[in-house]
Design a protein around this ligand. Structure first.
Ligand SMILES: [Zn+2]
Length: 488
C-alpha cells in the first residue's frame, strides 16, 4: 500500500534527494555564550567590558542559534507566503551554495514582507531578504550579489570572528535571545523583541565586510551570475540614498557604500577575467516584482503598464507573459490565454511560461491541456519543485489524489527544507484516510517551521497509528530522538 504511492510520480524524473540529518550535540546552557549574554545585557550586568575571552560557538551551536532566532523572528516578521517568491530566493541561494562545496549547515531563506531595503544573515544558515530589497533591485544578479555576500558572513563564521568594542550587534542579539530563552516572563519577552529589532544593526568590521564582498563576488560568478550585479547593487544603494537622504535604507546603515568597497569589488571582477554567464532566459526578477505589486492590490495599474509595453513592442515575449500573468491574477482568463499563447510562440523554451499556462488551464477547468503544459514544464526543468506543486494542485482538482500525492512527494524530495509540499501531503493523506501518513507529513511540515513541540506530538500520533516496526517507524523514532534532545 505504502509503496504504491511512495514512488516519484514520473519514473524518468526519478530525483531522490536525501533528507539531511545532522548529528546533534547537546547545547550547553552554561557555555560562555550565556555568560557573554549576561555581560552584554543590562538586565544582569553592571558592566560591559572587558569582554571575557570567548570560545567561538561550535557549528552545532550556530545551528541552534539559527533555529532559536527563526522561532522568535516568526512572531515579529511577516513572511511572504507565495511559492514563486519563496522558490526564487531559494534558487539563487542554492545555486551559489552549489559551487561552494559541502556546508556544515542547512541554509534556510526567508522573504520578509517589509518595504525597507534590507537583508541579513544569522549564524547557522538563516538568510532573510526584505521585499523592499527585491523591489528595488534591478536584476537577479544584484540579488545574487547580496546573497553571495550574506552567505559568506555565515560560511566565514564572521560572528565568531567579530570582536572589538562595537561587538554589540550580533553577539548581543544572540545573547539576548538565549538569555530570554532561559530567563522568565515579561523581561524575557522584551529582550527577544529587542534582539529581533537589533537585526537592523548587524554590522561586521570593515575587514569582514570586504571579505564578504570579495568572496561573495567570486562565488556568485562561479555560479554563473554576472558579477557586475554586485557592483550594480552598490549603485542601487547609492541611488536610494540620493532619493531619500534622511531615511537611509537599513542595509546601508550596516553596509555603507565606501570608495574602498567599490574599488575592491571592481578589482575582484577584473581579476575574474572572461566569464561564462549562464542565462536562463528572461530575468525572473521582473515577475517577482510584479507578484509583490499584485499582492499589494496594484493589479489594474500593473496591467495598464504592461499593456503599454506590449503596445509599443508586440514582439516582447517576456512582457506578454507577464501581462498574461497579471490578467490571470485579475480573472481575465481569455485575455490571459491569448497573451500566453503569443508569448509561447516568441519564447518557446521558457519552462516558467508552460507552468503558468498550466495554472491558467487548471483555473479554467481545461485539465488535459493543463496536464500537457505541466508535462512540458517538467520535461524542460525536471528539478524545479514548483512544477510538481502546481501539477499536484491540478491533480487534486481532478480528484486524482494518489497521483497528486506522487507529485507533492517529488516537490518534497527536490526541496526537502520547503514546508509547503509536506503540508500538502498531510492534507492529501488525510483525505485518503491514511491518518498515520497525514500526521507524519504534518510533523515534517511543523519541523520545517521550527515548531518542535507540535512536531513531537504529531510524530507520536503517527507512530501510534503506523506502528514502530513499520517502514516509517524507524524514521519517526530517529526524528523524535532529535527533537526531544533539543528540548529546552
Ligand atoms: Zn555584510
Amino acid at each position: 500500500m505504502e509503496d504504491s504511492i511512495e514512488r516519484p510520480l514520473l519514473g524518468h524524473y526519478n530525483l531522490w534527494v536525501t533528507y539531511p540529518h545532522r548529528p546533534f550535540r547537546k547545547w550547553h546552557k552554561c557555555s560562555s555564550w550565556l555568560l557573554l549574554a549576561c555581560l552584554l545585557t543590562s538586565s544582569c550586568a553592571s558592566y560591559r567590558s572587558p569582554l571575557p575571552s570567548l570560545d567561538p560557538p561550535s557549528e552545532d551551536e550556530e545551528t541552534r542559534i539559527s533555529r532559536e532566532f527563526r522561532r522568535e523572528a516568526k512572531k515579529h516578521f511577516q513572511y511572504v507566503n507565495n511559492p514563486e517568491i519563496e522558490r526564487y530566493i531559494v534558487r539563487i541561494g542554492q545555486r551559489i551554495l552549489s559551487v561552494m562545496g559541502p556546508q556544515p549547515f542547512d541554509y534556510r531563506f526567508f522573504v520578509v514582507a517589509d518595504s525597507q531595503l534590507n537583508a541579513f544573515a544569522v549564524p547557522g544558515g538563516s538568510i532573510f531578504f526584505y521585499t523592499g530589497l527585491i523591489e528595488r533591485a534591478k536584476s537577479t544578479s544584484e540579488i545574487a550579489g547580496v546573497m553571495g555576500h550574506e552567505i559568506i558572513h555565515i560560511k566565514g563564521r564572521h560572528m565568531a570572528r567579530h570582536s572589538g568594542p562595537d561587538a554589540i550587534s550580533l553577539l548581543s542579539l544572540v545573547g539576548m535571545l538565549l538569555l530570554a530563552r532561559s530567563g522568565a516572563g515579561a523581561q524575557a519577552a522584551g529582550a527577544v523583541g529587542q534582539a529581533v529589532s537589533a537585526t537592523r544593526q548587524i554590522a561586521y568590521s570593515r575587514q569582514l565586510e570586504m571579505e564578504a564582498d570579495t568572496l561573495g563576488v567570486r562565488y556568485m560568478a562561479s555560479a554563473g551570475y554576472n558579477p557586475a550585479g554586485s557592483l550594480g547593487f552598490l549603485k542601487t544603494l547609492n541611488e536610494e540614498r540620493a532619493l531619500n537622504p534622511i531615511d537611509l535604507p537599513a542595509y546601508m546603515m550596516t553596509h555603507p557604500v565606501t570608495q574602498e568597497r567599490v574599488a575592491n569589488v571592481q578589482l575582484v571582477i577584473r581579476s575574474l577575467g572572461e566569464l561564462e554567464i549562464k542565462s536562463d532566459g528572461p530575468d525572473e526578477l521582473k515577475k517577482m516584482q510584479m507578484i509583490l505589486r499584485l499582492e499589494r492590490q496594484e493589479t489594474d495599474k500593473v496591467i495598464e503598464e504592461y499593456e503599454k509595453i506590449v503596445a509599443q513592442n508586440p514582439e516582447n515575449g517576456e512582457a506578454l507573459h507577464l501581462l498574461a500573468f497579471a490578467q490571470h491574477y485579475k480573472g481575465q482568463l481569455s485575455q490571459a490565454r491569448k497573451n500566453y499563447q503569443k508569448a509561447k510562440t516568441l519564447n518557446p523554451e521558457d519552462p516558467a511560461l508552460y507552468r503558468d499556462l498550466g495554472r491558467l488551464y487548471t483555473t479554467s477547468g481545461d485539465f488535459s491541456t493543463a496536464r500537457a503544459s505541466f508535462d512540458r514544464a517538467v520535461a524542460m526543468d525536471p528539478k524545479e519543485p514548483l512544477n510538481y506543486l502546481y501539477l499536484g494542485e491540478l491533480l487534486e482538482k481532478e480528484n486524482d489524489l494518489r497521483t497528486a500525492a506522487g507529485a507533492y512527494l517529488n516537490a518534497h524530495r527536490l526541496s526537502p527544507l520547503w514546508d509547503k509540499p509536506p503540508a500538502r501531503l498531510a492534507l492529501i493523506y488525510a483525505k485518503l484516510d491514511r491518518l498515520g501518513d497525514a500526521y507524519y507529513y504534518r510533523a515534517r511540515s511543523s519541523m520545517l517551521q521550527d515548531e518542535d513541540e507540535r512536531a513531537i506530538s504529531e510524530f507520536e500520533k503517527a507512530i501510534k497509528i503506523l506502528g514502530e516496526n513499520s517502514p516509517r517507524g524507524q524514521t519517526i523514532k530517529d526524528e523524535l530522538k532529535i527533537l526531544r534532545s533539543r528540548r529546552r
